[in-house]
Design a protein around this ligand. Structure first.
Ligand code: G3H
Ligand code: 13P
Ligand code: ZN
Length: 309
């Protein structure tokens, strides 16, 4: 099967009341862990690449490894640019074989966001590529830029129809209280499901995307704290809230921090338990297996996309 767009995936997910996982990839072990997990659960999957990932691993390496994963698993896999910062980055990813790009104009004014998104949509659609846009602004850390809680803002439902109509985007990321990173809430987790519901009502059948959707799985935070790390107060989105979002208009759930936590926790554990090891294949095997199992858990217990490939 060739690399696919998210079009068919989202249509089936919307109708089936589940979501597809969009996992950030930065190296071979992460790509293999995610796609092996998806294969075991026969699930469609979105591999997403940030500008930082392209800088770290280089576009061509990530692309070739993803092509290898597609050949190895024969799953429907979409390759997506996460948080595209400008037209040039989106164009480079479209020209370089991605099937989907996000243009993140959420920090611009409404009109500037529309103009930039429309420009990307025109180029992308001419090349058979789909576009995710964003309205509203999440708090947290992206590409080393920290957005404070004061600078974040919920999506305004009365803007979504005009935005989608005027830009022609294929999916829309909205801000309902999630944030990027491992420290999402101080105290009780709260999401604005009323906003999601209203957006869904105004855009029937249209796929919505949830960023900042790691659960910050306590098992891995505890492991990091137990094996020499320190992450006091780390807290993510409760899984029952993600399940609820997936049953509504949310078709794509973005997960990066949970991958980082699983990877790091298992490497830390490995070194404490085997202080004499220095072959990267030994500790990276643990990290890759951990990613695989975490992704299986997400697919089966949170996203509900098992068996939907
Ligand atoms: O939303 C941000 C993603 O977690 C990607 O993070 O820009 O550090 O690669 P990154
Ligand atoms: P997390 O930091 O919650 O994993 O969010 C990732 C994300 O939204 C990538 O775009
Ligand atoms: Zn994001």
């Amino acid at each position: 099967m060739p690399i696919v767009t998210t079009k068919e995936m989202f249509k089936k997910a919307y109708e089936g009341g589940y979501a597809v996982g969009a996992f950030n990839v930065n190296n071979m072990e992460i790509i293999q862990g995610i796609t092996e997990g998806a294969k075991m659960e026969n699930a469609p999957v979105i591999l997403q690449v940030s500008a930082g990932a392209r800088k770290y691993a280089k576009h061509v390496y990530l692309m070739k490894m993803i092509e290898a994963a597609v050949a190895d698993t024969d799953l429907p896999i979409a390759v997506h640019l996460d948080h595209g910062p400008d037209f040039e980055t989106c164009k480079s990813c479209i020209d370089g074989g991605f099937s989907s790009v996000m243009i993140d104009g959420s920090h611009f004014s409404f009109e500037e966001n529309i103009a930039l998104t429309k420009k990307v949509v025109e180029y992308a659609h001419d090349h058979g590529v789909v576009v995710e846009a964003e309205l509203g602004r999440l708090a947290g850390v992206e590409d080393d830029v920290k957005v404070s809680a004061e600078d974040s803002s919920y999506t305004q439902p009365d803007e979504v129809e005009e935005f989608v109509t005027r830009t022609g985007c294929d999916s829309l990321a909205i801000a309902i209280g999630t944030s990027h990173g491992a420290y999402k809430f101080k105290g009780e987790a709260k999401l604005r499901f009323d906003i999601l519901e209203e957006v869904g009502r105004r855009l029937p059948g249209f796929p919505i995307v949830l960023h900042g959707a790691s659960s910050v799985i306590p098992e891995y935070v505890d492991m990091i704290n137990q094996f020499g790390g320190t992450m006091p107060g780390a807290q993510g989105v409760p899984e029952d809230m993600l399940r609820k979002a997936a049953s509504m208009a949310v078709c794509k759930i973005n997960i990066d921090s949970d991958l980082r936590l699983a990877f790091t926790a298992l490497v830390r554990k490995h070194f404490v338990e085997h202080p004499d090891h220095f072959d990267p294949r030994q500790y990276l095997t643990d990290a890759r297996t951990g990613i695989r199992e975490m992704v299986r858990h997400k697919i089966v217990d949170v996203l509900g996309c098992n068996g939907k490939a």
